[in-house]
Design a protein around this ligand. Structure first.
Ligand code: LIP
Length: 263
């Protein structure tokens, strides 16, 4: 059985950072060029050739270095094995931003071991910021420790959220939640990338975040980084989550107050 000791975790994190910076450089070079863009399940759910190439680069590294591991990747490079290790990859979180040349997007890479996210890295090419965490060892931005805010008052809280791609055809569209929360808080930010929004919660820039219908690749790394920054990440029942679709993140106080309002 493959062990995941301290030394190995550090080595894997180092590789993960290197891969995310490699594709980050490529994405920065390509964002203002003429790239092909396709729609996926709904006309507003997009994928660019840069998403696909970036995912290929990352998953090829994983297949080379950890051929027995499973991979869950947003586009088309998933691979199921009976390994206790599973990589969760979003090559570009914030694809619509990227496709519109709006420069806030990021690479999100997480490693799950026995169903728990143990290592997470989110690289933001435009700002050259890399957010990392190893379970039990704190969260960092470019190697410096980060902490969630100590905001106590929802009235003053800055929260982030987003809306699902099927919102034009589904009543479960987060609009009622938005309408309710906007009356109760200091401000809302809709950045268009859950991974980036979770890093800003971990860094104490945003006081909280909630969103529904999330995919594991959008949030797996971000939820670990928020937890290791002293935050709480739960579903609407207040149960701690790894990568479930309904996500509520913040310091303990704000997390519980968001649940109060939305449940
Ligand atoms: C996006 C998320 C965002 C959400 C979008 C989409 P993508 O992920 O990061 O929070 O509101 O609907 O799911 O598609 O850019 O990887």
């Amino acid at each position: 059985m493959e062990k995941l000791n301290q030394n190995k975790k550090q080595k894997i994190l180092k590789k993960t950072i290197k891969w995310s910076k490699e594709v980050g450089k490529y994405q920065k070079e390509k964002i203002n060029s003429n790239i092909s863009i396709k729609s996926k399940d709904t006309e507003i759910d997009l994928v660019t050739e840069i998403d696909e190439k970036s995912e290929e680069i990352i998953t090829n590294h994983i297949k080379e270095e950890f051929p027995e591991h499973s991979i869950l990747a947003e586009e088309k490079n998933s691979k199921e094995t009976d390994s206790e290790f599973k990589w969760i990859i979003d090559p570009i979180d914030g694809t619509i931003n990227y496709a519109h040349k709006f420069p806030i997007y990021c690479i999100s890479i997480a490693l799950k071991h026995r169903e728990k996210v143990k290592i997470g890295a989110i690289h933001v090419p435009t700002f050259n910021e890399t957010y990392t965490a190893i379970r039990g060892q704190g969260a960092y931005m470019n190697g410096n420790p980060i902490k969630v805010s100590n905001c106590k008052n929802l009235n003053k809280a800055i929260l982030a959220t987003g809306f699902p791609y099927d919102r034009k055809i589904s009543a479960e569209d987060n609009v009622d939640n938005f309408r309710k929360m906007i009356k109760k808080i200091g401000g809302i930010r809709r950045i268009g990338t859950a991974a980036y929004e979770l890093t800003q919660v971990a860094r104490g820039v945003f006081d909280g975040y909630w969103e529904m219908k999330m995919n594991p690749w959008d949030i797996a790394a971000g939820t670990l980084i928020v937890k290791e920054a002293g935050g709480q990440v739960t579903n609407l029942k207040g149960e701690e989550i790894e990568d479930e679709p309904f996500v509520i993140a913040g310091n303990k106080n704000i997390n519980e107050k968001i649940i109060e309002e939305l449940k």
